[in-house]
Ligand binder design. Sequence first.
Ligand code: PPS
Length: 280
Amino acid sequence: MVGPHLVGFKTVTSAGRAVRGRSQQERDRAGGWGKVETGRSQPQPRLSPFSRAAGWDPPALMPPTSSGCGPSTPSLSLMPRTLDGQITMEKTPSYFVTREAPRRIHGMSPATKLIVVVRNPVTRAISDYAQMLSKTPGLPSFGTLAFRRGLGPVDTAWSAVRIGLYAQHLDNWLRYFPLSRFLFVSGERLVSDPAGELGHVQDFLGLKRVVTDKHFYFNATKGFPCLKKAQGSGHPRCLGKSKGRPHPRVPEAMVQRLRAFYRPFNRKFYQMTGQDFGWD
Ligand SMILES: Nc1ncnc2c1ncn2[C@@H]1O[C@H](COP(=O)(O)OS(=O)(=O)O)[C@@H](OP(=O)(O)O)[C@H]1O
């Protein structure tokens, strides 16, 4: 394994977790990852016996100081212990869009591997709004938040819109990490072909391909792939209720305007990553 740590991000779908062993040498042999999804994230990598996920919130890796600014380097001492040959992953979606995150994670370990799960930014924004609505019923309509002055310009200050400007966020990361440190996972293919996408993840991490098609089945009730056997229980397991919930209806004209708005940013992102995600 070339790199010791891995940070993953969410549908952006998110951003990630690092690795801690007992010594620097031990840490360097391990791998860590986090997820930059501008959306939200999946637990499948835990299927692999070679990976472990730590369970903490972003402030644990990059705690704020009393002045409101975090330390210049996130603390590896906050990472869980990792056995020789294991990977510990960190997943904090917001790291992908946090200006300070690339410099600070690079300061912690320049060998960190980064996994970014991305989905169509229009769907992502609606998904984000669905999540907000579930926490704050009575929120203004999607259109009121996404566009200024009625149906005026797209409001890039709204987080659900801003997060989908993947090219801009990636630009910030590429100042610290080369493209080879990133794996971009298609959020759409994660649903249509989870084993295929997980194959890329395992290869990227230098892991044996132990997670395959035979680990998944399509759950018609949920409308998504689920695990045939969850780790530890041996029973089938789908992601929780907050993953894959129905989206509010957004008028087609608004969807089209958002699609047009994101098109140049998406194209730039395809160019930067060398991957066409097929959103346009
Ligand atoms: N297998 C499976 N089951 C359920 N959901 C799945 C699955 N694979 C991907 N997805 C998509 O993941 C979306 C939620 O992920 P998030 O980005 O919110 O995850 S995280 O909270 O950032 O970790 C969620 O978005 P919504 O559909 O908008 O809820 C799903 O479309």
